[in-house]
Design a protein around this ligand. Structure first.
Ligand SMILES: Cc1cc2nc3c(=O)[nH]c(=O)nc-3n(C[C@H](O)[C@H](O)[C@H](O)COP(=O)(O)OP(=O)(O)OC[C@H]3O[C@@H](n4cnc5c(N)ncnc54)[C@H](O)[C@@H]3O)c2cc1C
Length: 304
């Protein structure tokens, strides 16, 4: 299909102001890095998500999901095909002990909603800068809590464009992972099962976790959070610190001097710089301690 034919097909599904061609993705990523998307599409209903999936299937082009871009590194050559962002699907509501959030809602806002309803269970998510969709995909977690502890079920659009309900077990959650990528599902809504609590108690936990996060993380620079998963029996940050890698930089990307597990875009880095720092850290830690550091952050797209 010609480029204009694809564009016209997309604006027949989603209003034209929500379809962009050759969109620089660095404007949408926490790292402020990465090339362009051929098409960026922002559906506003579940039906539009379904129609975009069916359209890309028929046209034989790929679709890729972009949440809040807080756990993604996109290569400098960008992404071919359609990138979908669900930021306009962002309703949050609750009934009794249940909170329902659409995929593009920020998990921080869902956590705040739970606090305001005096519900406990999502305090751990009060500082995780992703969307509900990205949080389910990654089984995001912090300070001993993770999505799998509180998710009841989700609605997804499957790879054929069908709207399907999946319970938490069916989503295959494990440490910072789920089976959402292998099934090719798109999360459109999540239902969380929380516990009634005293507002002051939930607030005290949120305040404590916020203080701990703000005092330890280099939030003043663009980054994608902790780059590596926790290796069994070790802490990634400690291995990096003990390897004296803090402050190491390539181009404008640097191992944070404040939190060794973070790599920051300190000075107009390219994705190639960022990946070079990641690989240097992996090699050095392997040489010093014999430990393989597995990336938590997802790297997608094409080289320039
Ligand atoms: C400063 C900072 C602190 C962080 N702290 C934490 C932390 O404490 N704990 C933690 O777990 N993470 C943390 N992260 C990482 C990140 O916030 C989480 O992994 C978050 O869940 C990613 O959500 P996102 O919307 O930004 O996803 P993105 O980065 O946009 O995408 C991540 C993956 O999810 C997929 N995806 C996104 N939306 C959907 C959808 N609707 N359906 C299907 N797939 C989808 C994308 O295709 C991609 O593969 C931190 C990041 C930063 C920058």
């Amino acid at each position: 299909m010609e480029k204009n034919e694809i564009y016209n097909g997309l604006i027949n599904i989603v209003k034209s102001e929500y379809v962009k061609m050759d969109e620089p993705l660095k404007n949408h990523l926490y790292t402020q890095l990465g090339g362009k998307a051929d098409y960026l599409v922002m559906p506003t209903t579940f039906e539009e998500v379904q129609k975009v999936v069916r359209f890309t299937n028929r046209a034989g082009i790929k679709h890729t999901l972009l949440g809040n871009g807080s756990n993604l590194i996109i290569k400098d050559g960008g992404i071919r095909g359609v990138v979908m962002n669900l930021k306009y699907l962002n309703d949050i509501s609750s009934e009794g002990e249940t909170v329902v959030a659409q995929s593009g809602a920020r998990i921080i806002d869902v956590s705040r909603h739970a606090l305001n309803e005096s519900l406990s269970g999502l305090e751990f998510a009060c500082g995780i800068p992703g969307t509900v969709g990205g949080a389910l995909y990654m089984n995001a977690g912090a300070y001993g809590g993770e999505i799998k502890d509180v998710l009841d079920y989700a609605y997804v659009v499957d790879k054929h464009g069908e709207l399907v309900k999946r319970n938490a077990k069916e989503l295959g959650f494990d440490y910072r992972t789920s089976n959402i990528p292998e099934n090719g599902d798109i999360v459109v809504e999540a239902t969380f099962d929380l516990t009634p609590a005293k507002y002051e108690d939930v607030k005290a936990t949120v305040d404590d976790l916020t203080y701990r996060r703000e005092s330890k993380q280099p939030l003043e620079y663009p980054s994608c959070g902790s780059v590596f998963k926790r290796p069994p029996g070790h802490f990634a940050g400690k291995l990096i610190q003990d390897s004296k890698l803090q402050g190491t930089n390539i181009g404008g990307a640097e191992v944070s001097t404040k939190h060794a597990g973070f790599i920051v875009n300190k000075d107009n880095a390219t994705t190639a710089d960022y990946i070079a720092v990641i690989e240097h850290v992996q090699k050095t830690v392997k040489k010093n301690f014999g430990v393989d550091l597995e990336r938590e952050v997802r790297v997608i797209g094409e080289d320039k």
